[in-house]
Unconditional design. Structure first.
Length: 36
């Protein structure tokens, strides 16, 4: 249940960042975070 909530929160924050900043910057930041 907790994992589900964390996953939804992560998706919500990512979608919020996409609407807030430029897609290229978000994509680059996401790729960098995924690489780490």
């Amino acid at each position: 249940m907790l994992a589900m909530g964390m996953r939804l929160l992560l998706l919500a924050s990512i979608s919020w960042l996409v609407t807030l900043t430029k897609p290229l910057i978000v994509f680059h930041d996401f790729s960098f975070s995924a690489a780490i």
